[in-house]
Design a protein around this ligand. Structure first.
Ligand SMILES: [Zn+2]
Length: 240
């Protein structure tokens, strides 16, 4: 893997920060929703039995996820749509051009339009250091509010900048919210993602407020801090 300050920095914190990162164990979350744990982060799979979509790709060279896909009974080759919340190495490393493992070969890849500047390196992730992930395959760029149909399933992209400029949360079938790194769950309450990793913390707070107006969310899936079936109460502090 390319040696980069950002990857060392992220790797250090992901090893040291178990009080900051506590992902869901691999398994079923609800009817059609499954979590896959890749070290300190979750990928989420959603299937209508015919088509399967995945939120985020995990780390580079994540061949070790084979047993996790087997455990939830989903063949990664059946994933038709991969939605990236953003392009940090723990979310998009799985589709890095140099990854020896690519579970998403068959999938069409989507990400936020404003995330392009992270991948083409016109914007630095931190100080002068660029994002370590390089994606050479075609990506469809999504705008805020855009809806993609995956078989009978709908996925709405919700622009939630702050952590990165093009960060997207995804709303599946109007009831499952995959927030990526727009927020964390701390003792059952929602907070913006940790300031240290946010490129624009004020904008990250505005994104949390934007998500707070969503109604009838049955499951909130965060990337690093588990899931919640109590979105309404978890968002209490951010309404009004
Ligand atoms: Zn992350």
């Amino acid at each position: 893997m390319r040696f980069n300050f950002i990857s060392v920095w992220g790797g250090f914190w992901s090893k040291m920060g178990s009080n900051l990162f506590y992902p869901q164990e691999t398994g079923r979350i609800s009817d059609r929703l499954y979590a896959i744990r890749d070290r300190d982060i979750n990928l989420f799979l959603y299937t209508d039995g015919q088509s399967t979509l995945c939120i985020d790709a995990g780390y580079i060279n994540n061949a070790y996820l084979k047993s996790d896909f087997e455990q939830v009974g989903i063949d990664p080759a059946s994933i038709t749509h991969l939605f990236l919340t953003h392009t940090d190495m723990d979310h998009a490393g799985g589709v890095d051009k140099d990854s020896k493992t690519n579970w998403f070969q068959q999938a069409k890849v989507f990400m936020g339009r404003d995330e392009k500047c992270m991948i083409d390196r016109s914007t630095a992730r931190r100080f002068i250091f660029s994002n370590p992930v390089e994606i050479s395959r075609a990506c469809s760029l999504l705008d805020d509010g855009e809806v993609i149909h995956v078989g009978t399933v709908t996925v709405q992209a919700i622009a939630t900048p702050g952590h990165t400029p093009g960060h997207m949360a995804y709303l599946i079938d109007d009831e499952i919210l995959c927030s990526g790194d727009a927020l964390v769950l701390k003792d059952g309450n929602i907070e913006p993602f940790y300031r240290t990793w946010n490129m624009d913390h004020e904008s990250a707070k505005r994104s949390v407020r934007k998500l707070a107006v969503l109604e009838n969310i049955s499951v909130l899936c965060t990337a690093h801090t588990k899931c919640s079936h109590n979105f309404e109460s978890a968002m209490n502090a951010w309404r009004g």
